[in-house]
Every structure is written in C-alpha cells, then in structure tokens.
Design a protein around this ligand. Structure first.
Ligand code: ADP
Ligand code: MG
Length: 584
C-alpha cells in the first residue's frame, strides 16, 4: 500500500478504542523505504508493536566492501543499530500518553559488538527492526501523534541513520575495520601460541561496578606490556583512523600454558582478568578494550554454590563423598563451593573450552589450594578434593587446556606456573624468573596428590523430555526480563554466575535456542557437545531470525544476539529439571 493509505487509516481511527489500531497492520511504501507493521499491540501497556523499516541497498548506498564478509556485515549492522538508537532516543522523549505511548526503540548493543537481529543486512536490502508504543490517552487512540511517528520521526530516522550519504564515512569505516582488526588478531592467536593479547594503551578499568563504560582517561592508567611479553601485530587496517598510517600494534601476549597474575590487593589483577574474559567478543572503538583479544574458547570459571548439577563426573577433582558415595555421576540440587567449581570446569571442557580463566576472588579456597600443613594435618584419606593446583599442569599437558589464574594470596602456584605477571600500580611486570627463584629458595614441602591420572572428559547426552517450556495454557513460554535469568516454562534458569554472558538479547536467544535444540537435536543419542555443534550450525546458516518458533514468515524476529556455545551449555546445565545420561 502507499504510505498515504496509512495516513488515511490513522485519521479514521483517531479517537477510537485502542483495538482499532489493528487496522494499520500491513506494508507501506514510503519514499526510499518500505514500512512493515507486523504486529500491533493489544493495549497501551502491552509489549510494544513491532515494525520494520527496509531500504534497498541501491537507496541506502553503503559501499559493498563494508559488508563484504560476515565479520564486516555483523560490524556494520551493529553500527547501524546504534545509529538508529541514537536518532530515535531524542524523539520519544517529547511525547506523552498512556503506557509506552510514542516510545520508539531498537535493540542496539552495549560495549560488545555482536551479531544481532536488530538490524539485518541482506544481499538486496537492509532492515531495522523497531518497537513502537502506539500512542493513546487511556485506551483512546491518539491518531495525530501516531501520524507524527510514521510521517515525521521514522522518515527522519531513516534520513539520519540509514543513508550512507548522511553518515560520517570515516566513523563507519573505523568501526567496521576496528572489529575486523580484532578478529584478525583472534585468528592469529593460535598460530602464535597465545591465548590472549592486551594492547599497549588499552584502558581496562570501567567507570564503576555498575557500568561497563571505560573509566575516564584522566584517572585510568593505560596498559603497557612488559618488554619480555611484548608481541607485535601488523593489522590489515590502520588503528588510528581510516586512511591512517598506523598498522602496527604491540601489546602483551599471554602464552599458552599456565599463567599466574599476582600482585598486591587493589593493584588491578581482577580488572585485567575481566578484560580478558570480555575479550572473547569484539568491542566498539572507544571502549578501551577494543584491542584486548582472547581466544574464542576461553571460559571463566568460578564457584557457584547452590547450583544444580546433573550427573557430572567430577572425580578428577573430588573423589568420594562422605559415606563413600561416588562422584563419577555426581548429582546435586545444591552444590557446594568446591563441587560447583569442579562441575563448572568439567562442563566447560565437555563442550570444548581450551582456556580456563579463574580469579581467587570468586573461587573456593579448598578447591584451589591445599598446603603442606593441611596435608600433614588432614590425611589424604580424609580429603576428597584434589585441588586445582594438582591438575592444572595435567590439563595443559594432556588436553592442551591453558589457564590464567589470578592468585595474590597463595604462593603454592609458583611451582606450576609457566608465566607469572605481577600487577603493580595497575601495570604488569613479568616476574617469571623471580618467581622461579622464589619457588626454588622456598620449597613448599607440599606433595602432589593425584589419586589417578585424568584420562578423559566424560560426555553426557541430554534428554529432551526433561525440558518443559509450557506454562499454564501456553505450550511454550520463554521469557527473559533480566540478563541473568531465563524463565523457561515454570522453571527459572539462574545465570548470575555465568560471567561472559554480556547482553540480555543473548540470554533471550539462549532460551529459545534451548527449546529449538530439544525439538531438533536432542534425540537421546547426541551428546551435549554435538547438540551445541548442530545448534551453532543452525545459527550460522539460518541466522538468529529463525529462533522464535512462533514467528510468522518474514516478520519482525524479536530481539536476539548471538550467544557462545559455552553460555548455551551453561544455561542447559543450570536447568533444574535437566536429565542427562553419561555416554558410555
Ligand atoms: P585486585 O584484583 O588486584 O585487588 P582490582 O582489579 O579489583 O584489583 O582493581 C582495584 C581498583 O582499581 C578497581 O576499582 C579498578 O577500577 C581500579 N583499577 C584497575 N585497573 C586500573 C587502571 N589501569 N587505572 C586506574 N584504575 C584501575
Ligand atoms: Mg581481585
């Protein structure tokens, strides 16, 4: 339909009851773009109406090289969603009405750059997926205000944020190429036998504990690599500005193996580890961590008492429980600090983690250390825990699993570390030789107590019947209202301890991905790892747009961002009804 048709409908329903808004559902031709009104909300307080704005590339005019490969496409789409977000933010504030009247939103990202449904770039077109609160006073339609949204705000938004000619080319190129540079480094890490890279000049600390934005530059001490750990990359794109000259980037390379981050309290140890954790995702220019790059298979591990555990073989770390109960098929509804940390490690390894990131601040002490005195007092017969310190080398030597560990409180780990980094006044020093010397001069006297070698990581097969997404009359109800919780049917999946989940739309995607996996891939013989591989393949080929099983045809897909397999596994593992069987 022509756009004017929409105007006529709005004038006709002005002042009528809210339900009459349903009449505007449909597709409208505006000058330069198409508007799809996919879903109209039932009342002013319901979740807002969903619509899409689609421009042909021939109209939008973006240079093809900006979306010529998947990395650039994700980056450009992410950038444009942010532009749209900026241009509509000011508009909504001016309007008044009941409920979410006049509110226009898009699911733009935070500090990380993720594949997301908010803005899609197809071969022919690009499309912004929006939410609009259709304006009303009480339950009475405010047609004139709606007209303003469709005939002033949205056209202005398109002009400002979706036309190449109105954007700053340098800014767009810089954004897209900064992301591509990060992925370039990530791909090189393995060949350099590194697990993470932290660029000189990076700003690691955040504004506050509640904000993910960088600390103001006058307060933050920029990162500077110790010379012994410095590595240099020649990047495909300049790092200073598009068309700039600076392609060379140096910084600290953390080698494979076991790395200890030591140093006094409050000297920046956890801040460094947190930046490395987030480095599995690309960051926006200006984040400060845009050149902190970590291997994609790195997983943060912490203690998480109270979580449920479903037949995980935790025997490598915890041999028997009181009264001789076995830990090869360990189940609990209420794990302790040490058993939860053991389960977190084995579950991560089960689905392919090859780098473990641990912080003393969030670890169970008895899981991490058992010193000589305790070994003397509590005989090994009476201590079921094989502490992490006695397995960490084995993990590397047998399975190629590297570890970065923040440990300011116990020197025992000096014996097993390949690299020791000391944080001092927020700056790293390579103290590996000194640490070796200390380890020689002050032997700990502790014995390595490994009951038996770690032979293999047990895999498990999830049983689809243990997932029930239904609630009341609804066959499927999956809701996400906070980043760290999925409401899956009547059960809630608690994800507060899953620290590399960074975006609520990732959480939402996980909720739907689990449901999808139960229907398509959990056949009673696929292991969890295989299920996740299939799920990732599905997301690679079909895209996030296909996650909502109730989406009709090409309609607005909802707000999703791409999760990693490790966080999908973490959510499955935390479902309290989950049943698995171990693969023989
Ligand atoms: P640790 O783990 O060594 O005890 P943290 O990493 O928690 O220390 O850091 C302590 C405080 O120092 C935090 O408030 C953090 O924001 C701040 N901080 C960390 N790194 C820097 C830095 N490079 N510049 C300025 N402040 C920093
Ligand atoms: Mg700390």
């Amino acid at each position: 339909m022509e756009a004017e048709q929409l105007r006529r409908i709005l004038r006709r329903i002005d002042g009528k009851g809210y339900k009459a808004y349903k009449d505007i559902q449909g597709t409208y031709r505006f000058s330069g773009y198409q508007l799809f009104i996919d879903h109209v909300q039932g009342d002013p307080f319901a979740s807002p109406s969903r619509l899409r704005v689609r421009l042909l590339h021939s109209t939008a005019g973006f240079p093809v090289e900006l979306y010529a490969n998947p990395v650039r496409k994700t980056a450009l789409a992410d950038y444009l969603a942010r532009r749209v977000h900026q241009s509509i933010r000011s508009m909504a504030k001016q309007r008044r009405g009941t409920g979410k009247s006049g509110l226009i939103t898009i699911d733009a990202g935070g500090q990380e750059v993720l594949e997301r449904t908010a803005l899609k770039i197809d071969s022919e077109w690009l499309e912004a997926r929006l939410y609009v609160g259709l304006p009303a006073a009480g339950r009475t339609i405010l047609g004139r205000q709606a007209e303003e949204i469709f005939f002033q705000d949205l056209p202005a938004m398109v002009q400002k944020s979706l036309l190449w000619e109105n954007l700053h080319p340098e800014e767009v190129y810089h954004f897209v190429f900064t992301v591509e540079n990060q992925e370039f480094i990530r791909r090189r890490l393995k060949t350099h036998r590194l697990i993470a890279f932290v660029a000189n000049g990076a700003i690691l600390p955040r504004e506050s504990g509640a904000s993910d934005r960088p600390m103001a530059s006058r307060e933050a001490v920029p990162f500077r690599s110790p010379s012994s750990l410095e590595v240099t990359f020649r990047l495909p794109h300049p790092i200073d500005a598009p068309g700039g000259r600076q392609h060379i980037l140096s910084g600290m390379g953390i080698p494979e193996g076991i790395t200890l981050i030591v140093g006094g309290g409050y000297h920046g140890k956890s801040t460094l580890l947190n930046a490395i954790e987030r480095g599995v995702y690309p960051h926006i220019p200006g984040d400060g961590r845009e050149y902190v790059v970590t291997r994609a298979d790195a997983v943060k591990i912490r203690a998480e008492d109270g979580r449920r555990v479903e037949i995980v073989d935790i025997s490598p770390f915890i041999s028997t429980l009181p009264y001789g109960r076995s830990t090869r098929t360990f189940c609990t509804d209420d794990a302790s600090g040490s058993t939860s940390q053991a389960a977190n490690i084995l579950e991560a390894l089960e689905v392919g983690a090859r780098v473990l990131l641990l912080d003393e601040d969030t670890s169970a002490t008895n899981f991490m250390i058992r010193d000589a005195r305790m070994q003397a007092l509590v005989h090994k017969d009476r201590e079921p825990i094989t502490p992490f310190i006695d397995r960490v080398k084995e993990l590397y030597q047998r399975f190629g699993v590297s570890t970065i560990l923040v440990m300011g409180g116990s020197g025992d780990y000096l014996d097993v570390a390949d690299t020791v980094i000391m944080m001092h006044n927020y700056l790293p020093e390579d103290v590996t030789p000194a640490a070796r010397e200390v380890a020689r001069t002050y032997p700990t006297q502790r014995k390595i107590e490994i009951p038996e070698p770690l032979e293999h990581i047990t895999e498990r097969i999830p049983l689809a019947s243990s997932f029930d997404p239904s609630r009341g009359k609804k066959e499927v109800q999956i809701q996400v209202k906070t980043p760290d919780r999925i409401q899956f049917g009547v059960h809630s999946i608690e994800l507060r301890a899953v620290e590399q989940l960074v975006d609520m739309s990732q959480t939402r995607a996980i909720g739907y991905a689990i449901y999808l996996a139960t229907r398509l891939f959990m056949d009673g013989s696929c292991t969890l790892r295989e299920v996740l591989e299939k799920l990732e393949q599905f997301l690679d080929t079909k895209g996030l747009d296909c996650l909502d099983p109730f989406r009709r045809a090409e309609q607005h897909p909802g707000s999703f961002a791409r999760p990693r397999r490790f966080e999908m596994a973490a959510a499955i593992n935390r479902l309290r009804t989950l049943r698995m069987k171990q693969k023989p």
